[in-house]
Design a protein around this ligand. Structure first.
Ligand SMILES: CC(C)(COP(=O)(O)OP(=O)(O)OC[C@H]1O[C@@H](n2cnc3c(N)ncnc32)[C@H](O)[C@@H]1OP(=O)(O)O)[C@@H](O)C(=O)NCCC(=O)NCCS
Length: 167
């Protein structure tokens, strides 16, 4: 984590601030119920980014960790705080988490038109691996699927042999 920043668990007390950023960041923002559900799921991780010694939330991150995959569901930085590498700090945190979990890859979907996010992800080691046509219901936009291959094989055990496998 970059000096002077801290990333902590999101709580319900953070939701007013998080929702304010969410509504300024997306034209199809998550409603409060979705954040509340994510805060309850044991496989979901919700984090907020603050400056050391300050209460104000700069950005946040929501991701799932299931088996050997980490999936990023949501990331946003307060529009007033953008271009200070806070997005990068959140993605560095995500990568460190995934490596600690011995995850093999991190995946995400991003709108085809969201060039700021696509560039951020590419700089963080993600590459496009597919397209989900008309994935976003509000305007029928395609999603680009991106993957960060962490190269870990630590969760891959021996593959099952076949009965007729002579080799
Ligand atoms: C995407 C987002 C999180 C980036 O946050 P940020 O803190 O401004 O990004 P950073 O300052 O960490 O930028 C890191 C890199 O991303 C790229 N980037 C960020 N904003 C960019 C923009 N507007 N245009 C092009 N590239 C951009 C740059 O390569 C930048 O590195 P550089 O400054 O060294 O060139 C922020 O724009 C945001 O909250 N957008 C709305 C929500 C959203 O779209 N989330 C993604 C959903 S998939």
């Amino acid at each position: 984590m970059e000096d002077g920043l801290r990333i902590e668990n999101m709580t319900e007390d953070d939701l007013d601030e998080v929702l304010a950023i969410e509504r300024q960041s997306f034209n199809d923002p998550w409603p409060p119920e979705v954040f509340k559900a994510e805060l309850r799921h044991c496989w979901s991780h919700c984090r907020v980014l603050r400056k050391d010694g300050a209460a104000v939330i700069l950005g946040y991150l929501v991701y799932w960790s299931v088996a050997d995959e980490v999936h990023l569901l949501n990331v946003a930085v307060d529009p007033k705080q953008r271009n200070h590498h806070y997005g990068r700090a959140l993605l560095d945190y995500l990568r460190d988490f995934a490596v600690t979990q011995s995850a093999r890859f991190i995946t995400l979907e991003v709108r085809r038109s969201n060039q700021a996010a696509i560039t951020l992800y590419e700089h963080a080691g993600f590459r496009p691996v597919g397209v989900r046509p008309r994935y976003y219901a509000n305007n029928g936009e395609d999603a680009i699927v991106m993957l960060n291959d962490l190269g870990s094989t630590s969760n891959v055990g021996p593959l099952p042999g076949r009965d007729d496998d002579e080799s």
